[in-house]
Design a protein around this ligand. Structure first.
Ligand code: SAM
Ligand code: SF4
Length: 435
């Protein structure tokens, strides 16, 4: 038997890419590859790229440039580019970096084994189609090997919303939901492999329609999976938070009290220009309903500052929205243009203005995050322990609210769910004592 070939995958961007990278590794496992953490040892390097951040494609071209040395040292090394930059740039990648052997868009990963065959024959392989068949259905199923206690599970991909700043509808295509029975089967397999918490993923996960009852229907079906203790989902759009999903937050014990619900801006004018299709008032009313169902819910969000046309007053509306809602956690970005999206064609704000607003917003969000963390002191939370801490005898896990919690303990194993009394709040974590 020949020695396994080594595969190094570098993953950029969101959790969906992390999930995709795992599945690509499994799929290339059928071609005799096993993964390595050392790029210099690899027979194939795959960059699983993200197009959300600024100048994403240029950063990938620079990364490829830096790989020239590896290719020179090992001429048989195969180099591939996957993900959203692969989708957006396509054949251009091989034109600009002829040493690239394989370019594959996010909807074509199930075709990787055939593409690898072609590459092994010394051919180039390019596939950026949006095929009709379900890539996850035809991708090799996950192995039964023991896994950590938490896992991501992609349930839908793509988006039909076309926010004026966003490339997702172009790089990931139209919204597609996976059938619920396949998701439930995959969840059962994950649980058999040791998983106790599953995060359902989708660019617009609450638009999921692979179950008659939508995302709430899927959550209730997963609620029946024995051994699965916790369910989370991300990322949601406010307009797809239906009554059943809000209700599930109040009634489904396995659904964790944490919600990532991006609003992007607090100004009605900017929300309209972004094509978000809701007002700030509608968002406030939605928050009231969600908090009515689950008062202790920790809310997280995404914000963009410096969108074209944003005045100081519009920005103050965002600050006001943040003060009113209170976020336990948040991601905030300076608007930056994405070629091909409507907002990229509009008149842009000065970078200094954007940066100054971003700093002000982040200061407020940071303050709220700290306050909400500090309020946890003295409370008892349930922690799912995921790994050993940096210090001896320390274990780290996540609370229901997705706070990282560490505790000094000798009687906790990875995968244990334990009550922990919070005794201190640090920068991005909480310290606790096992009850
Ligand atoms: N579907 C989610 C929603 O509706 O809010 C967001 C998913 S998007 C892939 C992740 C985040 O990246 C967005 O919420 C937004 O805040 C940020 N983002 C996307 N395009 C951006 C751009 N052109 N400039 C700055 N931030 C951007
Ligand atoms: Fe992008 Fe989210 Fe808007 Fe879809 S809903 S276009 S993924 S920001």
């Amino acid at each position: 038997m020949s020695a396994p070939k080594k595969l190094f995958i570098k993953t950029y961007g969101c959790q969906m890419n992390v999930y995709d990278s795992e599945r690509m590794a499994e799929s290339l496992g059928t071609q005799g590859y096993e993964t390595t953490d050392v790029a210099a040892d690899a027979d194939m390097i795959l960059l699983n790229t993200c197009h959300i951040r600024e100048k994403a494609a240029e950063k990938i071209y620079s990364e490829l440039g830096r790989m020239k040395g590896l290719k020179a040292a090992k001429p048989d090394l195969k180099i591939g580019v996957a993900g959203c930059v692969a989708q957006a740039e396509g054949a251009e990648i091989m034109k600009r970096q002829p040493m690239v052997d394989l370019v594959v868009g996010p909807q074509s990963y199930h075709r990787l084994p055939a593409m690898e065959d072609a590459v092994a024959r010394g051919e180039k392989a390019l596939d950026t189609d949006f095929p009709e068949d379900d890539k996850f259905d035809t991708l090799k199923s996950r192995p039964k090997a023991k896994r950590g206690p938490t896992a991501f599970l992609t349930v839908q991909e793509g988006c039909d919303k076309f926010c004026a700043f966003c490339v997702v509808p172009y790089t990931r295509g139209a919204e597609v939901s996976r059938p619920a029975d396949r998701i439930i089967r995959e969840a059962q397999e994950l649980v058999e492999a040791g998983v106790r918490e599953i995060t359902l993923l989708g660019q617009n996960v609450n638009a999921y329609h692979g179950h008659d009852g939508g995302l709430a229907g899927l959550i209730w079906a997963l609620d029946k999976v024995d051994g699965l203790e916790r369910i989370r989902f991300t990322t949601s759009h406010p307009n797809d938070m239906d009554d059943a999903l809000i209700d599930a937050h109040g009634t489904c014990d396995k659904l964790m009290p944490y919600l990532h619900l991006p609003v992007q801006s607090g100004s009605d004018k900017i929300l309209k220009a972004m094509n978000r299709k809701h007002t700030r008032d509608q968002y406030f009313k939605l928050m009231e309903r969600i908090r009515g169902a689950r008062p202790d819910l920790l809310l997280s969000g995404d914000f963009i500052v410096g969108f074209p046309g944003e005045t100081e007053e519009d920005f103050e509306d965002t600050m006001d929205l943040v003060r009113t809602v209170r976020y336990g956690q948040a991601y905030s970005f300076k608007y930056s243009t994405r070629p091909g999206t409507p907002a990229a064609e509009r008149e842009q704000l000065d970078e200094d203005v954007k940066l100054e607003r971003l700093h002000r917003l982040q200061a407020l969000l940071g303050e709220q995050q700290r306050e909400i963390q500090d309020e946890m002191i003295g409370r008892t939370v349930k922690v799912l322990f995921e790994k050993k801490g940096r210090e001896t005898g320390q274990m780290i896990g996540k609370s229901e609210y997705l706070h990282a919690v560490f505790a000094d303990t000798t009687d906790v194993q990875i995968g244990d769910l334990r009550d922990v009394r919070i005794v201190k709040s640090e920068r991005n974590s909480l310290g606790g004592e096992i009850c």
